[in-house]
Design a protein around this ligand. Structure first.
Ligand code: PMP
Length: 451
């Protein structure tokens, strides 16, 4: 297609050819797709020249902000030198090796082995497969059952969608698989003892113990969770929750898979949310902030004792790999992103602006529509209710999520509007205090319009 496309024809071609499964399938039926043309820092410009501030870092991923020239240079450099090297067989490339070494020096101690994927879904899939391999290797092949959380999200592949507990990811399939189970989420706002941190923590531990007892400890392989549940509506468990679950997994003789696809790379303050809780999981999955959206990549980390066991197993586990695993260009991008986090001051700025984020979140608590405010670092959400006292939820027929998405866009703001009237925030860690104020002024305006 060589002719210059007008903006209208772009929108029509999108409608005719591009599938938008998580929107209305046909893109945005009423208004056409929002076709983005360029970006810089916190700001996106669409093909009509409309400028919006992105308070969601793309899809919780562009942690270093848009327009980072040094990443462009790193990618171009690597493309010229060696655009591809397979991660299959015995091949590797210098950026993939350097990245593996640098990352494993930064992950919780004892997670010294990494497998690179294309994103978060296949990182979770890989972890599930290697957990099964591990139990085969130690002569416990019957340990095959997985327990995850309601409101959790672990990807769009069949395995990840089954571990996910959001209904539309199961619909029409026999998901979750019969080896996938769910226990209640530690959702403080909607928990009967939500004000009591210890009770919330104890209830998840008790639910895990009960589920393991129900299935049989000799059959359960692992517990899988996000440190903060992202796509379920940014559900923030009390501090100490992850550590208590780690201890429970050890006590119950099951492995722990912590999915840090959203929380990793400074999103909640430290480089990994596990770090804050002093937790070392047996498997950890990451993606998004690893390359900050500049190239596709995920990473699955495996504990040393698991690695040694699988590596020594005979016969070796069945094959597992992807054409683009450890892609040199993605790895070169990730190396530069890592440098920006630390030497470029991105993590430090996230902590600084995170303080302003907290202030503005607290200030919006008094708005008549806001029932709950929850956040950690630069990740957060507000939950809108019909009545603060009863925590009444808006009827689904109102399509409040869609309405809010349109209203915020019209007000020059991108946030994530969940169907259950939750507005999620995950701005780039490079966001300035002034930009944070612009975001919240636009949130306030939108909420006032809704009254
Ligand atoms: N796990 C979590 C916690 C996620 O948030 C996501 C993506 N939102 C995934 C897995 C899947 O990642 P991807 O979309 O890169 O496949």
């Amino acid at each position: 297609m060589t002719e210059t496309l007008t903006n209208r024809s772009l929108i029509e071609l999108d409608r005719d050819h591009l599938i938008h499964p998580v929107a209305s399938f046909r893109g945005h039926e009423a208004h056409g797709a929002r076709v983005l043309a360029s970006a810089d820092g916190m700001w996106l410009t669409d093909i009509d020249g409309k400028r919006v501030i992105d308070a969601f870092a793309g899809l919780w991923c562009v942690n270093v902000g848009y327009g980072q020239e040094s990443i462009v240079e790193a990618a171009a450099d690597q493309m010229r030198r060696l655009p591809y090297a397979t991660g299959y067989f015995h091949f590797a490339s210098e950026p993939a090796i350097r990245l593996a070494a640098e990352l494993t020096a930064l992950t919780p101690e004892g997670l010294d082995h990494v497998f690179f994927t294309l994103g978060g879904s296949d990182a979770v899939d890989s972890a599930v497969r290697y957990i099964i391999h591990y139990f085969n290797a130690i002569g416990k092949p019957e340990k095959k059952e997985f327990i995850a959380l309601e409101w959790g999200y672990h990807g769009s592949s069949s395995t990840g969608a089954g571990l996910t507990a959001l209904g539309n990811f199961h619909r029409g399939f026999d998901l979750p698989y019969k080896w996938q189970h769910h226990i209640p989420s530690p959702y403080p706002y909607r928990h009967p003892q939500g004000d009591d941190d210890a009770a919330v923590i104890a209830s998840t531990v008790a639910a895990l113990e009960a589920k393991v007892a129900e299935i049989g400890a000799d059959k359960v392989a692992a517990f899988c969770c996000e440190p903060i549940q992202g796509s379920g509506g940014v559900i923030v468990p009390p501090k100490g929750w992850l550590k208590a679950l780690r201890e429970a997994c050890t006590r119950l003789g099951i492995l722990m898979l912590v999915d840090e696809v959203i929380t990793g790379f400074g999103r909640t303050g430290p480089l990994f949310a596990c770090e804050e809780e002093g937790v070392t999981p047996d498997f950890m999955t990451t993606a998004k902030g690893l390359t900050s959206g500049y190239a596709p990549m995920g990473a699955m980390f495996m504990a040393n004792h698991i690695y040694e066991t699988i590596a020594d197993a005979s016969p070796l586990p069945v094959g597992h790999g992807m054409t683009y695993s450890g892609h040199p260009v993605s790895a070169a991008v990730a190396l530069e992103v890592l440098r920006l986090y630390r030497e470029g001051g991105v993590l430090a700025n996230g902590v600084k602006t995170g303080a302003r984020f907290a202030e503005r979140m607290e200030a919006i608590r008094s708005h008549p529509l806001v029932g709950d405010v929850r956040y950690r670092g630069m990740l957060g959400a507000i939950e809108l209710v019909t009545d603060k006292a009863t925590k009444g939820m808006f009827p689904a027929e109102l399509n409040l999520g869609d309405r809010l998405s349109q209203m915020t866009w019209d007000n020059g703001l991108i946030v994530r509007c969940f169907a259950n009237a939750v507005i999620g925030f995950a701005p780039a860690l490079t966001c300035t205090v002034e930009e944070m104020d612009i975001i919240f002024d636009r949130v306030q305006l939108t909420l006032d319009q809704l009254l």
